[in-house]
Design a protein around this ligand. Structure first.
Ligand SMILES: [Zn+2]
Length: 267
């Protein structure tokens, strides 16, 4: 059976809400990913992970991906399409409120673009406390950070953008869209001890960069180390992490937070 939300009829959508169904909204970006990966990498991978996971958990559907995100830091590179902060947050809020309006009470925004993370968090806060709508938000790589730490071949600085991880995942799932021979070694070398330079190496201090300040070809990391075989290995681990979460999320009851966070002393 298809897991595509948009293939439902209105009758089936009404039943989905009544049956306690889960809806995953993949969200990414359309932005430069160096000379070797397609512009849509972030929403393509978010959608791929969401679909693979939903196929393994009954009662989970996946909407079409939100294809634009917050990408002003990539605008100096051709192909990038960016939403402003308020626009992106309004899109997230409106999609969530629409699903909620039709009785969907378990909504996960599965993110594939680091630049969206802050706005997803802020939108979730706004929904919860200004609209009484609850959503869960997560970036797909956060379901497999322990795996990534042992899976990687690059040192810190090798996983940042269009990097060892993203290129491997795309080779595994959409290899026909990857120009592997154009992947260049562009490690992100940060000498300031307060600033992070890697997916697994966040610094104590964050400050926005324009990508022209830190890379020449749009890549940050070691995409030349990527292989399809290792990509499939990592994609399997990430998917399993999302499957495990969705299996738990299905049973979340926002009306009774104790069933989610637990409090044994009260029972
Ligand atoms: Zn990306």
């Amino acid at each position: 059976m298809s897991v595509e939300y948009h293939q439902l009829t209105t009758t089936e959508a009404r039943e989905l809400g009544a049956a306690g169904g889960v809806v995953v909204v993949p969200i990414g970006a359309t932005e430069q990913h160096g000379p070797h990966l397609p512009l849509g990498t972030d929403f393509i991978m978010a959608h791929t992970v969401a679909t693979r996971a939903a196929e393994q958990v009954e009662g989970v559907l996946v909407t079409p991906p939100i294809w634009t995100g917050f990408s002003p830091h990539h605008m100096q590179f051709a192909g990038t399409v960016s939403l402003r902060t308020n626009t992106l947050m309004a899109v997230i809020r409106d999609v969530a409120e629409s699903l909620w309006h039709h009785g969907i009470r378990r909504i996960l925004f599965l993110n594939g673009h680091g630049g969206n993370a802050n706005m997803l968090g802020a939108a979730a806060q706004s929904l919860r406390f200004e609209s009484q709508v609850r959503i869960a938000v997560a970036s797909y790589w956060n379901f497999a950070t322990e795996k990534i730490a042992t899976w990687r071949q690059s040192p810190l600085g090798g996983i940042n953008h269009a990097c060892e991880m993203e290129t491997s995942l795309m080779l595994a799932a959409h290899g026909e869209q990857v120009h592997a021979e154009k992947a260049t070694n562009t490690p992100h070398v940060v000498s300031n001890p307060y600033l992070g330079n890697d997916l697994l190496g966040a610094g104590a201090v964050a400050t926005p960069w324009d990508f022209t300040e830190i890379t020449t070809d749009g890549t940050l990391g070691h995409p030349e180390l990527a292989t399809a075989e290792r990509g499939e290995d990592l994609l399997t681990a990430i998917t399993q992490g999302v499957v495990d979460f969705l299996s738990d999320f299905k049973n979340w009851d926002w009306q009774d937070p104790q069933t989610i966070i637990g409090r044994d002393d009260a029972r």
